[in-house]
Design a protein around this ligand. Structure first.
Ligand code: PRP
Length: 209
């Protein structure tokens, strides 16, 4: 019988998230194909939902998944009512403001910011008493300043290769990002006996990273 449902992010975090789960002693299904959205461990005790990274907090907040692994960027942007239990120290990157040159930030009152993170952008600039024109994009945000759709971007920078390839520089660091273990608030209480050992194992693994 399924004891726990875990929402896992597809994409760049996926491999490292699965490695952590496996190291906790949960035997993953032998063939994980990209198209399958639900999978079970070999003992049918754990159910895995493979979801778009930005959707992990939604599945967890609603209780469709008991726990999940989500990037801090997603958690900040979505602002869901969930518990953030542990920094898993994987998927490390930085949320940055980037643009062609620092001079672009001078005229802050007409600043145009392209981003996949409109809520984070609004909150970040609010702390500086600036309310820029926020242009929401779904991806390839780096194209915006080089086509004059925006002055700057707010986006995640991991290796910096995408910025370099497009002649952009980090102008400000907004936050350090890494993946977090999150939990549904009710599941955390009702399934504490299952979730807590998992936290303990992950804590040990992360401590050794
Ligand atoms: C992310 C991010 C940057 C890039 C940063 O995009 O939005 O574009 O990765 O990584 P780097 O610093 O290692 O170059 P992603 O690959 O997730 O695709 P997307 O732009 O379509 O969202």
């Amino acid at each position: 019988m399924t004891k726990l449902t875990i929402a896992l992010p597809k994409g760049r975090l996926s491999k490292k998230a699965l490695e952590l789960i496996e190291k906790c002693g949960i035997s993953l299904p032998e063939s994980l194909d990209d198209r399958k959205l639900i999978a079970y461990d070999k003992n049918n005790e754990y159910r895995f939902l493979y979801v778009k990274p930005a959707d992990v907090p939604t599945y967890v907040e609603r209780g469709t998944a008991d726990i999940g692994i989500a990037g801090k960027d997603t958690i900040m942007e979505e602002g869901k009512d969930i518990y953030e239990l542990l920094d898993l120290k994987i998927g490390k990157c930085k949320l940055c403001i980037a643009g062609k040159s620092p001079e672009i930030m001078r005229d802050v009152y007409s600043l145009r910011v392209a981003t996949k993170y409109p809520n984070i952008a609004r909150q970040y600039f609010e702390t500086k008493y600036i309310s820029p024109d926020i242009i929401e994009l779904k991806g390839s945000v780096e194209l915006a300043p080089i086509t004059d759709l925006s002055d700057v971007i707010l986006d995640i920078v991991e290796s910096g290769a995408t910025l370099r390839s497009n002649g952009l520089k980090v102008l400000e660091v907004v936050a350090d990002i890494s993946a977090r273990l999150i939990a549904n608030k009710v599941s955390f209480k009702t399934k504490y006996d299952i979730i807590n050992p998992l936290i303990q194992s992950l804590e040990q693994l992360v401590g050794a990273l």
